[in-house]
Design a protein around this ligand. Structure first.
Ligand code: HEC
Length: 167
């Protein structure tokens, strides 16, 4: 190898090393890293596939988004179901789905045709399955407050910052 070639090679190695160092430094000093999608499910594959089938048949996505998807032809301002299991318990969701009049559990601000329908007519095993699945739809801790804010604002139409502590 000639002297000049050695120099070029060394130059490349140095540039690479500096690049790697800068990159590492940036990574370790980044306060707002890309944390990715905050939603996850704790359901088994079996529960997930059965529940998703039911959710498809019952058109829950006409009003709710789930895994970020909903029916784009509908515009009901309902809370998203993503992360709902970090806000509501399985028992609460089961009772809500089983209520002949869901707005006695969760008041609605919407016109009757947009309100959460009663699913009390469903077989008990279907309501249990939905409750089990929805209760396992969790949100990462770093996004929980944001998820609560979005839910509150959808449910009430009010600003989360102006909320009454007793609500
Ligand atoms: C016609 C629109 C509509 C359909 C269809 C619908 N929902 Fe809802 N849902 C709502 C609305 C609106 C709310 C908020 C309460 C209200 O205003 O009635 C709600 C509330 C909920 C909540 C409570 C959310 C919270 O923030 O605590 C859950 C859970 C839920 N729905 C699950 C479902 C499931 C599961 C299905 C399908 C089986 C479904 N919904 C179908 C409109 C709908």
């Amino acid at each position: 190898m000639r002297k000049g070639e050695k120099g070029i090679l060394l130059g490349i190695v140095v540039i690479l090393a500096v690049f790697i160092l800068i990159n590492d430094y940036r990574k370790s000093n980044d306060d707002t890293p890309d944390k990715g999608i905050p939603f996850f499910s704790t359901a088994t594959a079996e529960i997930q596939s059965k529940a998703e089938m039911l959710i498809g048949q019952l058109d829950c996505r006409d009003c709710h988004s789930l895994w970020g998807f909903r029916n784009i032809m509908q515009s009901v301002p309902s809370p998203a179901l993503d992360g709902i299991g970090s806000i509501r318990t399985k028992v609460w969701i089961y009772d809500y789905l089983s209520a002949p009049d869901p707005k006695l559990i969760l008041p609605s601000r919407l016109k009757p045709e947009y309100q959460m329908p009663s699913y009390a007519y469903l077989p008990d095993k279907d309501r249990k399955l939905l409750a089990e699945y929805l209760a396992g739809l969790k949100v990462e801790d770093w996004y929980l407050e944001e998820a609560k804010k979005r839910e509150y604002e959808k449910l009430t139409g009010k600003n989360y910052a102006d909320r009454n502590e007793h609500e």
